[in-house]
Design a protein around this ligand. Structure first.
Ligand code: LIP
Length: 255
């Protein structure tokens, strides 16, 4: 039996991400003081007017085009009762965004339970748009992408990222200290969604973060598996949506 085609959903995610991207870029051109709202539950986790407007724009678009679906958004939480769930990070990398660093992304994934079906990650500052649907591969601006081929341990580029919480940063600083002694490079972009997309595009061999939320990674995880890579937990066991400790790789990385 042919597997179901979810590409119409990934097209919806792409359109929603593009609309939100226009809003994000209007704010990006302005002084941050005009759109910064402040810190959320943690002093390192900030929110802006752009985050809230982008999420609303995405919710409005998708509820019109895919009526009856549910939402889980970083800013608006969980709404709806359908199993078909849009998982939204309206601006992943908000600190970069607010500081005019052009590394941030709108991330929209679609899941049924823990099954990832479709998604898009869009960086409106560079125009790079990654998309995927289950069983159909992953694309960057319409062209197929693949994870990086196997290479020597010492040639690997292994990215990581700083959680908002200080205690979890200790895990990452220990990790970066170790990895930096045996890998070619250990980048930190400041956006999980984009880092996962970059693994899918073969720019990094792995991305490792111990405390991610569903909205940081739903779309990026699908991009990686559809680009031929693998998602695991930090102990190398199988990863599923809902696990915070996350490694997205080309399939040849172990902590
Ligand atoms: C952040 C990510 C960052 C990750 C943080 C956080 P935000 O998302 O982009 O890369 O390390 O844990 O989730 O708050 O900018 O949307």
């Amino acid at each position: 039996m042919p597997s179901p085609d979810y590409s119409s959903y990934s097209k919806l995610a792409v359109e929603a991400a593009k609309s939100a991207g226009k809003i994000a870029m209007e704010y990006y051109e302005k002084p941050a003081s005009s759109f910064l709202i402040g810190a959320k539950d943690n002093p390192n986790s900030i929110v802006t007017k752009a985050d809230r407007e982008c999420e609303q724009c995405i919710r409005d678009y998708l509820s019109k085009k895919a009526p009856g679906t549910s939402f889980l958004g970083e800013e608006g939480g969980h709404t709806g009762s359908s199993e078909l769930l849009w998982i939204i990070d309206p601006i992943d990398g908000t600190t970069n965004f607010a500081n005019k660093v052009p590394l941030f992304a709108i991330s929209i994934g679609l899941a049924a339970g823990t099954d990832l079906l479709a998604g898009a990650v869009f960086n409106p500052a560079t125009g790079e748009l990654f998309s995927a649907s289950k069983g159909k591969g992953a694309l960057l601006n319409g062209k197929q992408i693949k994870v990086a081929p196997k290479c020597g341990e010492g040639e690997m580029i292994v990215a990581s990222d700083w959680p908002h919480e200080f205690p979890s940063r200790k895990i990452v600083s220990d990790f970066i200290a170790k990895q930096s002694q045996k890998r070619r490079y250990v980048p930190v972009l400041g956006t999980a969604a984009l880092s996962l997309a970059w693994v899918a595009a073969g720019r990094f061999h792995a991305y490792c973060q111990p405390t991610l939320h569903e909205w940081d990674l739903a779309a990026g995880a699908l991009l990686i598996t559809e680009a031929g890579g693998r998602m695991t937990r930090w102990d190398n066991s199988a990863w599923k949506l809902g696990n915070a400790d996350t490694i997205g790789s080309n399939g040849y990385f172990k902590v």
